[in-house]
Design a binder for this molecule. Structure first.
Ligand SMILES: *Cc1c(COP(=O)(O)O)cnc(C)c1O
Length: 359
């Protein structure tokens, strides 16, 4: 079997034990005589799966009882709209922090729904850092403050989250479950599953139940958070396969030692790569040091031609997914939970050889 070193930004690498378990259970899930994809989402067997997935998320992230844990569809992109549709009432303003491409998409949807104030814009610094709390120009009485905990394209990440009076809403698509979290600091956390949690097609939403009550009555049923809370995530048919894989991924997180342990491993992986990037002027890391992402590492080379050569030769050497996002170019290595230290070491080794041949 030839599994490559996978640095894809998303959908991204999944832990091998998860894929093996899914293969083992594919034709006959738990003695049911059918796969988990072929059974009722309201039956006893799947009920145990979705309850276990929710319990794992609650335990790993320490989600308090006053929050609902939902597995929705439509990706983080639908959350860009659902957040303002549920929370941004008439005459209200929401504060948004513009740290880059994903934040900008959230802002766009916010402005389609209601009043938006951009509380900080990273444009001057080419979106290569996150702001300090003191730099935010927040609106008194704001409906919420929206941040992007990790900008997947730029490669910047919050170490500390701002303290805000209004509920803090965070798009954590690309760093959820990469480190311990204090959920109580947030009103809503959402994340597409395809970076750190499982396959695409499931969106984890953690929402404080009192905030879900703010939805206008006229909002269509599927778009209201509160529709999905009483029978969690079972108002309509959820992505049963995706929820099942998410359950396996969260079990794998436990087997590795939980989020404290994952944070240690993730920091060591990122440190190894940033050390290599800082070690020679051949490489030009993009993000400001204090905002560097542990999940997505971005850098440039001397020319676009050289970058193209790097990506091509890396791919030949079994290192895949290193092309920067089409909107910014350059190189990006995504080091999500399922990317091993061994994979990062192989990348660093390849970089040394590439520099020797092209420096
Ligand atoms: C990938 C990503 C998204 C988009 O998620 P979809 O599930 O494709 O809608 C949004 N925000 C961030 C930070 C991401 O990394």
């Amino acid at each position: 079997m030839a599994r490559i070193y996978n640095f894809q930004p998303g959908p991204a690498a999944l832990p091998l034990p998860v894929l093996e378990k899914a293969r083992e259970e594919l034709l006959d899930y738990g003695g049911a005589g059918m796969s988990v994809m072929e059974m009722s989402h309201r039956g006893k067997t799947f009920d145990a799966v979705i309850k276990a997935a929710e319990a794992n998320v609650r335990r790993l992230l320490g989600v308090p009882d006053e929050y609902a844990v939902l597995f929705l569809q439509g990706g983080a992109s639908l959350q860009f709209a659902m957040v303002p549709l549920n929370l941004l009432g008439p005459g209200k303003t929401a504060d948004y922090v513009n740290t880059g491409s994903w934040a900008a998409k959230a802002i766009k949807e916010g402005t389609l729904v209601g009043g938006v104030n951009v509380a900080w814009d990273g444009k001057e610094d080419n979106y290569m850092r996150v702001p300090a709390e003191s730099e935010l120009r927040l609106t008194p009485g704001a409906a919420y403050v929206h941040i992007t905990s990790n900008e997947t394209i730029g490669g910047i990440q919050y170490r500390e989250f701002p303290r805000t009076e209004a509920p803090l809403v965070a798009d954590m698509s690309s760093d959820i479950m990469s480190r311990p979290l204090d959920v109580r600091r947030f009103g809503i956390i959402y994340a597409g599953a395809q970076k750190n949690l499982g396959p695409s097609g499931v969106t984890l939403v953690i929402v404080r139940k009192d905030l879900a009550e703010r939805a206008p009555e006229k909002l269509p049923t599927m778009l209201k958070y509160k529709t999905h809370i009483p029978e969690p995530s079972l108002y309509n048919t959820p992505n049963t396969w995706g929820v099942y894989i998410l359950k396996l991924v969260t079990e794998w997180v436990d087997s590795v030692g939980g989020l404290e342990k994952l944070l240690q491993i993730n920091e060591r992986k990122a440190a190894l790569l940033y050390e290599a990037l800082d070690g020679s002027s051949f490489w030009r890391p993009c993000a400001r040091k204090e905002s560097r992402s542990v999940m997505n590492v971005t850098w440039r080379l001397g020319s676009e031609a050289l970058e193209e050569k790097f990506i091509k030769e890396a791919s030949k050497a079994g290192l895949d997914g290193l092309k920067g996002h089409r909107s910014v170019g350059g190189i990006r290595a995504s080091l999500y939970n399922a990317v091993s230290m061994e994979a990062v070491a192989a990348l660093v080794q390849f970089m040394k050889e590439f520099e020797r041949g092209n420096g």
